[in-house]
Design a protein around this ligand. Structure first.
Ligand SMILES: O=C(O)C1=C[C@@H](OP(=O)(O)O)[C@@H](O)[C@H](O)C1
Ligand SMILES: C=C(OP(=O)(O)O)C(=O)O
Length: 429
């Protein structure tokens, strides 16, 4: 094989149907919520089978710098809550939305100045609504009017809290951020959303469920309103489910190769958005079944030739869009992915990036304001740029499994939510 520049990784090609059973690392969303809640809890907690990845390590470091103690040496992370006392901290958000949005409300509760910054692109990702909400709830914030990174939270050791109105149409994480810490505000928090529909609502439901599991009273009886009563957050021993959104490339591999992939320990019920893959893949022509081991997906006979395009509103599950778009580019009939304008604010502008990179391999893609339309077209190999976005790399390897010669730029960016993805992926071929 010809040598490739170090940052272009030749994606493995499935020359035969792939038959595999995989145990996937833990969920980013569950791990980072469990860590925040453990840091705010009334005693020591354990986060079992924690995801070890860049986003979760950044979260652990951020909470440690605020005075929590987190032992990340094994698979089960022991967390001792915030110690109290004065702190001066600098939080690196990397490219983790959960760190940039979930940690500032916690910083408001500590006594001291906490400076936030992150990767270059992180300064473009939206956070102003969280900062404005915290200011309205009694936290002093210094962002020089930017409404984005970098900013400093001047924690006063307590947050008055109360009622606040925000526009969470850019990210569900704005709501989750205020709810996660809200029980520890003097008056709790009552968050009302006013704006276009909130994306990724299952993630808010995940937040509410995890608060209730820790004894926090949350009223979510009215649409677009969440009320968290003030009170303690109970310590908890939590087993983290596998990351179902990160299951997308693995299940897609069954779909494009006409093989069969089982993801072990797929939960019987879950708040994870990735659970929607069951329905999406079935609609695209895969057989989806629960087996004693977990969830098994079998691709259509003949692989991508039997793969059906899909017309899908992914508003609730936008983080699945890159993998689904890759499958649509390989499908035998046209697709329309809708309701995902907000993913332009994710790790990169995912609609623009997918249109450009899939297009450069020959896909017939039209970028719409809130989605993508794809029409079957022959694909060829070539470089696939990833824009520091783990899920763009997932899209690249899915196409590369079916189309020889796809070169994934910076495949290491997958470390945001998956340890050694390239090694794990190569092991399946
Ligand atoms: O709360 C969370 O853990 C997440 C919420 C969603 O964010 P958006 O609402 O910004 O889409 C999702 O896309 C992200 O991957 C994780
Ligand atoms: C949008 C995502 O991440 P973040 O938590 O950084 O927003 C994602 O993982 O797809």
């Amino acid at each position: 094989m010809t040598a490739q520049p170090a940052d272009l990784w030749p994606a493995p090609v499935a020359t035969a149907p792939v038959d595999a059973v995989v145990s996937l690392p833990g969920s980013k969303s569950l791990t980072n919520r469990a860590l925040v809640l453990a840091a705010l809890a009334d005693g020591p907690s354990v986060v079992r089978r924690a995801l070890r990845s860049r986003d979760t390590e950044l979260m652990a470091r951020a909470l440690t710098s605020l005075g929590a103690s987190i032992d990340t040496s094994g698979d089960d992370w022991a967390v001792t809550p915030l110690a109290g006392g004065a702190v001066t901290a600098a939080v690196d958000c990397g490219l983790a939305g959960t760190v940039m949005r979930f940690v500032p409300p916690v910083a408001g509760l500590v006594d001291g100045d906490v400076a936030f910054d992150g990767d270059p692109h992180m300064r473009n990702r939206p956070v102003g609504e969280v900062l404005a909400a915290l200011a309205a709830l009694g936290v002093r914030i210094d962002d020089e009017g930017r409404g984005s990174l970098p900013f400093t939270v001047h924690g006063a050791g307590a947050v008055p809290g109360g009622t606040v109105v925000i526009d969470a149409s850019a990210s569900s994480q704005f709501v989750s951020a205020l709810l996660l810490a809200g029980a520890r505000f003097d008056n709790g928090v009552d968050v009302r959303h006013d704006g276009k529909p909130i994306p990724s609502l299952p993630h808010v439901e995940m937040t509410v469920a995890m608060l209730r599991e820790r004894g926090v009273a949350v009223d979510d009886g009215d649409a677009n309103r969440w009320s968290v009563a003030p009170g303690p957050i109970a310590a908890r021993d939590e087993l983290v489910e596998p990351d179902l959104s990160n299951a997308a490339p693995f299940l897609a591999l069954a779909a494009v190769s006409g093989g069969s992939v089982t993801v072990r320990d797929w939960p019987a019920s879950t708040t994870q958005a990735g659970d929607a893959l069951r329905d999406l893949l079935a609609r695209m022509g895969c057989a989806v079944e629960r087996v004693p081991d977990g969830l098994r997906v079998t691709g259509p006979a003949g692989g991508r030739a039997g793969l059906q395009g899909i017309d899908a509103d992914l508003h609730d599950v936008g983080e699945l869009a890159p993998a689904v778009a890759a499958l649509c580019a390989l499908a035998a009939t046209p697709s329309h992915l809708r309701g995902i304008a907000h993913i332009r604010g994710h790790e990169t502008d995912r609609l623009a990036a997918l249109a450009k990179e899939l297009g450069s391999l020959g896909a017939d893609v039209v970028e719409r304001p809130d989605g993508l339309s794809l029409t079957p077209a022959p694909l060829t190999g070539g470089p696939f740029h990833t824009y520091a976005d783990h899920r763009m790399a997932h899209a690249a390897v899915i196409v590369g499994a079916a189309v020889p010669g796809v070169l994934v730029e910076d495949v290491a960016t997958t470390s945001k939510t998956f340890p050694d993805f390239p090694g794990f992926w190569s092991g399946l071929f």
